[in-house]
Design a protein around this ligand. Structure first.
Ligand code: ATP
Ligand code: MG
Length: 258
């Protein structure tokens, strides 16, 4: 386990379509210091999850990665051309069907209608929404809406996927199903993932690495490598080694709660 203010970055990996934060700091105009000296990188075949107390700056970090927000210190190295981004809210257009919503990003990227129809069909299958193409968001469950949001980003075949607590609003069993599926997609599709969550078991189950952030101003206070091979079976959650690692992450997280 690593403890300290900053983590080593790997410049070679960032050139192959991943992500690197270099000494990122964020102080808002009202003087709120949200982030301080955040440095870490995301390799091509990594799924890194950040856990941290509410308000420590996790969403701010993702907004900086996506380019929605300019940091007040440091730099970020990322290819934003085809970036997957799944928010806590599925952000679907209510007047479009599942098919129409899934085609949206491809449409905005100027992909021709025939091609994007095919792409949408492919990713709808990948997330298990086949048969619901003609449904509107209001007739979908929370989990299905998140699947739809995931499919929409998958059409761009993004090398990097950002997830901001996407499954926070669904029940625990549905969340576990979505974690199983996300982990399979990570393997099949080969994207690098940066995932934010409050759930320690979600973090450990899906990730290659878990980073723990302190309370605001957020800085990385601990890092855990997750040693379990992919694909990870659902029963892994009952493995004593899994529980032990969750306990260690929890300990670090609680240690830094103010
Ligand atoms: N535009 C803004 N202006 C001022 N302060 C802001 C702004 N956006 C966020 N903050 C503050 O920055 C801190 C970090 O916010 P952020 O949303 O990144 O936290 P978070 O870790 O995602 O929290 P949660 O787990 O509750 O989603 C908070 O104290 C928040 O109030
Ligand atoms: Mg947040």
């Amino acid at each position: 386990m690593y403890r300290g203010k900053s983590l080593p970055t790997d410049p070679v990996e960032t050139h192959s379509g991943s992500l690197a934060f270099e000494a990122i700091g964020m102080t808002f105009p009202d003087g709120t210091e949200a982030l301080r000296e955040i440095s870490f990188s995301l390799g091509k075949s990594e799924f890194v999850t950040v856990v941290g107390p509410s308000g420590c700056g996790k969403s701010t970090l993702l907004r900086i990665a996506s380019g929605l927000l300019e940091p007040t210190a440091g730099s970020v190295d990322i290819d934003r051309e085809r970036l997957g981004y799944v928010f806590q809210d599925a952000t679907l257009l209510p007047w479009r069907t599942v098919q129409g919503n899934v085609e949206l990003f491809a449409e905005l990227h100027g992909i021709p209608p025939d091609e994007r129809r095919l792409l949408a069909r492919e990713t709808i299958d990948l997330v298990g929404l086949q048969g619901f193409e003609g449904h509107y968001p209001k007739s979908l469950s929370g989990g299905m809406r998140m699947r739809c949001s995931l499919a929409r980003s998958l059409t761009l075949k993004p090398p990097v996927f950002l997830f901001d607590e996407p499954f926070g609003a669904v029940d625990e069993i549905t969340r576990e199903h979505l974690n199983d599926e996300t982990q399979q997609l990570f393997q099949q599709e080969g994207f690098a993932g940066l995932f934010i969550t409050h759930s320690i078991s979600e973090a450990v189950f899906m990730s290659t690495r878990v980073l723990v952030m302190s309370a605001r101003p957020g800085l990385i206070v601990a890092e855990f490598e997750v040693p379990f091979d992919y694909p990870r079976p659902p029963e892994l959650r009952f493995d004593p080694a899994f529980a032990e690692l969750c306990g260690q992450v929890s300990h670090e997280l609680r240690g830094y709660h103010s």
